[in-house]
Design a protein around this ligand. Structure first.
Ligand SMILES: O=C(O)CCC(=O)C(=O)O
Ligand SMILES: [Fe+2]
Length: 200
């Protein structure tokens, strides 16, 4: 985190968690460069899960990367991490410096258009470090992102700008759900990267 960016970092949650919006941390040429590289080089796959005994295949594409071939089973489907590529290691370093945290894995999502989103959930999987920071970097189309408190149901909306960083930490996952709502207003793709720390 540099001296000049720290004053624009704000916790967007009113209580029960810390989610800092750092604003735009990548300039336009970095955004264009990494967006293209990731589109071409990432091992994108449609996500699969078994829900109520039925196989679900998402339109959104996903990929999981990390420092070793971590594997875990979620909704009866086993996933294995791909090994870091150069561009992800570069982005990881930028994000680690800006957030003052470290990460050992990254989940990537590719939303082809505003039709695709992600339903309310929290990211408290067993293999993730408890209350560990999750750093969300956005490339491509700007999208709205929403939080909903698990008890009070209070909602907080934010626009995730291209090249922006949002860092969820502390009790955010315990107390709040988040989602990427689908929207008719967006027709272009977005890539999101969430850097995380997993413990095996
Ligand atoms: O696409 C996003 O901004 C969020 C993705 C997300 O919540 C997740 O991968 O857990
Ligand atoms: Fe999430």
């Amino acid at each position: 985190m540099d001296l000049f960016s720290s004053d624009k970092i704000t916790n967007i949650l009113p209580f029960d968690g810390t989610t800092n919006y750092h604003g735009i941390i990548l300039d336009k040429s970095q955004c264009d460069f990494y967006y293209q590289q990731l589109l071409e080089k990432i091992n994108w796959k449609n996500d699969e899960a078994i829900i109520f005994g039925k196989k679900i295949i998402t339109k959104r594409k996903v990929a999981w990367y990390g420092a070793s071939k971590y594997s875990y089973t979620y909704s009866k489907v086993t996933k294995t991490a791909n090994l870091w590529i150069k561009e992800l290691l570069e982005l990881k370093e930028i994000v680690e410096k800006e957030s003052n945290e470290t990460y050992n894995s990254c989940l990537l999502n590719l939303y082809h258009s505003g039709d695709e989103g992600m339903a309310y959930h929290s990211d408290g999987e067993k293999m993730m470090k408890k209350n560990g920071a999750i750093a969300s970097l956005s490339l491509g189309a700007e999208r709205k992102f929403s939080f909903k408190h698990k008890e009070t149901k209070q909602r907080i909306d934010i626009v995730l700008e291209r090249g922006s960083l949002l860092v969820m930490k502390g009790e955010t996952q315990k107390n709040w759900l988040h989602r990427l709502p689908p929207t008719k207003k967006v027709n272009s793709p977005r890539i999101n990267l969430t850097f995380r720390t997993i413990e095996l």
